[in-house]
Write a protein that binds this ligand. Structure first.
Ligand code: ATP
Ligand code: MG
Length: 302
C-alpha cells in the first residue's frame, strides 16, 4: 500500500513543485522506493521538470495526462490506470547508472476545464451544489487511490488554487508537506492551508490539535542566512509543525528545475544543494514512518 504524500500551499511560487520532485528523486535513489508523481497543477511544472517539454508534449498528444485519466475513468469505465503512467522519468540515475524508479501521471493545461465538465455531468444528478462538489471530489479521491498497489510512495503536486483535484489530494494524503517562504504573507498562507487541511474555522480551534498529530508539516524554503528569516520560522513553529530541515536559496535548487535530459547522479543534478536534498529526504522518511506507525496503531485490530 502506497504512502500518499501531498505537497500543497494556497500560495504560489513557494517551492511546491520543486520539493515534490526533489522528494521523488531522493526517495527513488536514496531509499530505493517506487515513486509516482501525480501532477495536479495545470501549470504542469512537475511534469516539465521530470519529462522536459518534448516528453510532456508527447504524453499530451498520446492522451496520457491527468485530465485524460480523470475524464476517461470518471464514470467507472474499466480502463487501466496504468495506461496513464509514464515510467522512468526524471534525469537522475541510481548509483549503478540505471534510471531512478520515478513515474509520473503528467499534468494537463486542461485540468480546470475538465473539472468544470465533470461538475456539470454530476449536476444532472442533483440540485444541491454541495452534493455535486462532494461527488466530484470523492470520485477524484478514489481515482487517485487507484495507484496505491503499484507504488511505495505517491507524491501529489498540488496547484495553489482550491480545485477539486487539490481538495481530493488533501483528503487522500497520509501527510501533507507545506513549503513556505519565511515572510509575513506566507505565514498567513500557511494558516489558511492548515485550517483547510484540519477542517477548522480559526487558529484557536486548530490549536486544540497537538502539533504532532497534525496531518501536515511545513518546510521553510528560500531561506536566507538572515535573522529576520530565522525569527519568522520560529514564529510559524509556535503555531504549526515545521521540519528541522530548511531549504536555503541555492543555485542548485533553481537549476534543478530545468530538465537536462542527460542522465546524471542526484548529487550532480542538485549541485550545491545535494546535502539539503539528503537532509530533507531523511527527515521526510522519518515523518512518513511515524505517520504510518500512528495510523497502524489507530486502526482497529483485524
Ligand atoms: N530554495 C530555492 N532556491 C532557489 N530557487 C528556488 C528555491 N525553491 C524554489 N525555487 C525556484 O522558485 C521558483 C518557484 O518554485 P516552484 O515552481 O517549485 O513553486 P510552486 O510553489 O510549485 O509554484 P506554483 O504555485 O506556481 O506551482 C522556481 O523557479 C524554482 O526553481
Ligand atoms: Mg508548482
Amino acid at each position: 500500500m502506497a504512502f500518499f504524500l501531498a505537497v500543497a500551499n494556497r500560495k504560489g511560487g513557494v517551492g511546491k513543485s520543486t520539493v515534490a520532485v526533489m522528494l521523488a528523486h531522493s526517495l527513488a535513489v536514496q531509499s530505493n522506493k517506487r515513486v509516482l508523481v501525480i501532477d495536479l497543477d495545470s501549470q504542469c511544472n512537475a511534469s516539465l521538470i521530470l519529462m522536459g517539454g518534448q516528453g510532456w508534449n508527447e504524453a499530451r498528444k498520446a492522451g496520457k495526462t491527468i485530465s485524460d485519466y480523470f475524464y476517461d475513468l470518471f464514470d467507472g469505465i474499466p480502463a487501466n490506470a496504468r495506461d496513464y503512467v509514464v515510467k522512468n522519468v526524471g534525469d537522475v540515475t541510481l548509483t549503478n547508472g540505471k534510471p531512478a524508479g520515478v513515474a509520473v501521471v503528467p499534468g494537463s493545461l486542461l485540468l480546470e476545464d475538465i473539472q468544470g465538465e465533470l461538475y456539470l455531468k454530476q449536476a444532472n444528478q442533483s440540485n444541491n451544489p454541495d452534493v455535486v462538489a462532494n461527488r466530484v471530489r470523492g470520485r477524484m479521491e478514489s481515482l487517485i487511490r487507484r495507484f496505491e498497489g503499484d507504488f511505495d510512495i505517491v507524491i501529489l503536486d498540488c496547484p495553489p488554487g482550491l480545485s477539486f483535484a487539490a481538495l481530493a489530494a488533501l483528503k487522500t494524503a497520509d501527510k501533507i508537506i507545506v513549503p513556505f517562504r519565511p515572510d509575513y504573507v506566507s505565514q498567513l498562507a500557511v494558516d489558511r492551508v492548515a485550517l483547510l487541511i484540519e477542517d477548522k474555522r480559526n487558529l484557536d480551534d486548530l490549536a486544540e490539535i497537538p502539533l504532532a498529530q497534525r496531518r501536515y508539516t511545513c518546510v521553510a524554503n528560500y531561506v536566507r542566512d538572515d535573522n529576520k528569516d530565522y525569527m519568522m520560522i520560529e514564529e510559524i513553529s509556535l503555531v504549526h509543525p515545521v521540519l528541522d530541515t530548511f531549504l536555503p536559496q541555492r543555485n542548485g535548487i533553481a537549476n534543478a528545475f530545468d530538465y537536462i535530459g542527460k542522465p546524471q547522479t542526484i548529487d550532480a543534478k542538485y549541485g550545491d544543494a545535494s546535502g539539503d536534498v539528503t537532509e530533507l529526504h531523511n527527515e521526510v522518511v522519518r515523518v512518513m514512518e511515524e505517520t504510518a506507525k500512528a495510523k497502524k496503531e489507530a486502526a482497529p485490530a483485524a
